[in-house]
Write a protein that binds this ligand. Sequence first.
Ligand SMILES: Nc1ncnc2c1ncn2[C@@H]1O[C@H](COP(=O)(O)OP(=O)(O)OP(=O)(O)O)[C@@H](O)[C@H]1O
Ligand SMILES: [Mg+2]
Length: 240
Amino acid sequence: MAIVEVSNLCVQFSAKGQVKTAVRDASLSINSGETFSLIGASGCGKSTILRVLAGLQREWQGGIKLLDGTIKPGVRFQGDLRRNVQMVFQDPYASLHPNHTIYRTLAEPLTLHGEAQIAVRVEEALLQVGLPTDAMKRYPHQLSGGQRQRVAIARALLLRPKILLLDEPTSALDMSVQAEILNLLNRLKQQFDMTYLLVSHDADVIAHMSDRAAYMAGGVIEREFNRAALVRGEHRMNAA
Ligand SMILES: Nc1ncnc2c1ncn2[C@@H]1O[C@H](COP(=O)(O)OP(=O)(O)OP(=O)(O)O)[C@@H](O)[C@H]1O
Ligand SMILES: [Mg+2]
């Protein structure tokens, strides 16, 4: 069953009087429980698709079914949609507030959504991503890159989302740490029954993680790979 269905998505930006088409007529469908990946060269439109699905990019055209409903351009995500679709970015340092403790970073979304037992939930969130609970007293600069990305993942999971949008979640990390984070993501996906949309430049990461992948170029989806094609490495010539 499709949990995400994007039909003929088009996203344009105007800059300096010029109209730039970031995504052109893109269609894709992601089944519940799948890891679906986007590959392609820098600037081809991958992050833009994720930002639309996260409700961060609200100007677009086309049709989008997300979870049980449809979303419309210009509309701010609220309620269940806001909870159920979360995004993890490439650079955890940029995505965590430098002057907030990890406790505050993790407590805030819970408070905003009116959740109870905040302290317990923060501890639980840290343990789920393999961090000690005393990490909550620290600031982002007092953690390693891998630990920061674990915090970003913990934050994304706080509200028990159904869909996780992962925009190059490990490309800023050392190789050995990358593998740990990818394994953590796979474990959490099983544990919480999530669906992933992953962007990565790394053909090995794509092969390791994905059920299916789509190759984009110049805002267009040019080709899709199923699991068998990924195992055969057919995506490798297209991974940037
Ligand atoms: N807010 C914006 N304003 C103007 N142009 C934008 C904006 N966001 C993205 N673009 C342009 O849209 C195109 C697609 O950008 P996008 O960030 O989706 O690419 P990407 O595939 O994620 O690239 P990368 O692999 O480098 O992250 C690029 O040409 C980019 O410059
Ligand atoms: Mg990007």
